[in-house]
Structure formats: C-alpha cells, structure tokens
Ligand binder design. Structure first.
Ligand SMILES: [Zn+2]
Length: 263
C-alpha cells in the first residue's frame, strides 16, 4: 500500500526530487530504495553527518534522511519503503510536518535500555540516556547570540497520545541557519535549495520568517535527534537529556544503541 508521494527540492543540491512512501510487512524496518540500490535505515549505514545525516550502502547515497525518520519515530512507524528519485530527500518546509501528516499512526518503537549511556562531543555537548519507564527527551541548545542564547524543548509522550504530541509540538519545527553561515554556505556552492520557504534565518535582531514556537530552534534539534536515534532500529525507554546535540553525536548514540545485546 502506498501512503503518498512527496515532491520538492533538496536543500543541499537545490535539485527537484521526490519520495514515495509505502507500507512494508512487520519486521522489515525502514528501507530507502534509490536509483543506485537499497539502503536500510540503520546506524551502520551512516556515512556523513556534517550538515545533515547521509546514509550509504554500496554505490547508493541518500542525504537529509533525518526529518522523514523523525516523522517515523514520532508516528511509531517501524516498517516503511521510501522510493526516492535522487540522492536527497525533499526538504519540504524544513520541518517534519509534511512527512508526519502522510504517515498513519503506529505504536512507538520502544525498547528497555539495559544500562545508562552517555555520549560526549565538543564544547560541552552530550546526550545522556537514563533507563526509565517511558521515553522523555529534553533538548537544550546554547549559542552566543543576542537573540537565541539558551533554549529548552521537551518531548514527553504518553504512550496513547504520542503521535498527537509529536504532530503538534515537534513535527512543525523548522530547520534554521544563522545569516553569517548561510552566506558562507551559499558562497561555497552549498545549501543551494535553501530559502525562506524551508528554513528559518536567524539575524542578529530577528527571525525570518517569524517563528512557529518561541523555542522552535530547540524543538527542531529535538526533531533531528528523534530521527537520527531511529537509526538504532528502536527508541530507548529512557530519560534523555541532550545538550547541544548534533547529527554526529546523535548518530554516535544510535550506533551504540544498535549494538546493545538484548539477550
Ligand atoms: Zn533538521
């Protein structure tokens, strides 16, 4: 069964692209079907984490998988075929709302966490996971910036209403860039598809366009974290505290989770 085909442009290549989402039998996992071959959405297939999460398998490459995977995490989708037209997923409006709205509601892919896990990165970044009854995620960002400063976002889904909580509170949060960095990326021939239709630009004194939430930036980092974590194949029943998370750190954690021996 096909859920939908979503089309748009890739934020990094600026090229038109599309993705068709269809159901797979239970136990299949999430599978990307690219013109160059299949890529299972698993931590072992992460090949780059610089500005987005890039998966690869053999000659196949696919960039910017994190927002669709976040929608799968938030909506409880464990099995999905994603047939793509090119090397990048469409950025849509820079959030996960478009993906989340096309997916049906499933049960969150939660598993017990046998022991606490922490991963650390540069500049005081860390993600700590402490075993708990349910999943809760608290995400903090900190920028030396007059407008942004520190922000917190929290996702504490109750099992029954997790999908709605995700749809309302997390999925609409858009990706963002600081104006100085955006200019550098454009000068370097990167972020070719970036525009005010798919990203929030942070100026010294204002956001452009206007924010959807006061803490939209922190919510987006939480959105990214959920997507990258699903590369473990499940979400841990844990209290997760993420301080300044990045795709690199998120994927490092997903890799550790994916290697837990549950026997
Ligand atoms: Zn993102």
């Amino acid at each position: 069964m096909t859920y939908a085909t979503l089309s748009g442009i890739g934020i990094h290549t600026g090229q038109p692209c599309s993705a068709t989402l269809s159901a797979l039998p239970p136990g299949s996992g999430i599978l990307f079907e690219t013109p160059e071959g299949l890529i299972p959405a698993r931590a072992e297939n992460v090949v780059e984490t610089l500005r987005c999460t890039v998966l690869g398998c053999g000659a196949a490459r696919l960039s910017t998988v994190e927002h669709l995977l976040s929608a799968c995490a938030g909506r409880g989708i464990r099995d999905l075929k994603v047939s793509v037209s090119g090397p990048e997923l469409p950025i849509l409006d820079g959030s996960a709302a478009g993906w989340a709205a096309t997916l049906p509601q499933g049960a969150l892919a939660l598993r017990e966490l046998p022991q606490p896990i922490i991963v650390t990165g540069r500049g005081g970044a860390f993600i700590a996971c402490y075993p708990a009854e349910m999943l809760t995620v608290t995400c903090a960002i900190a920028f030396e910036h007059p407008l942004v400063g520190t922000q917190l976002a929290r996702f504490a889904p109750l099992a029954l209403s997790a999908g709605e909580a995700y749809l309302e509170q997390i999925a609409p949060a858009r990706t963002f860039g600081f104006i100085e960095e955006v200019q550098k990326l454009l000068d370097a021939g990167l972020a070719k598809g970036g525009s005010l239709e798919n990203a929030v630009i942070v100026h010294p004194d204002r956001y452009e366009p206007a924010l959807r939430f006061d803490n939209e930036l922190a919510r987006h980092k939480l959105l990214d974290l959920l997507g990258d974590l699903l590369l473990a194949g499940f979400l841990p029943k844990a209290d997760i505290i993420a301080m300044k998370p990045s795709h690199g750190l998120n994927c490092q954690l997903a890799s550790l989770l994916s290697r837990i021996d549950f026997e």
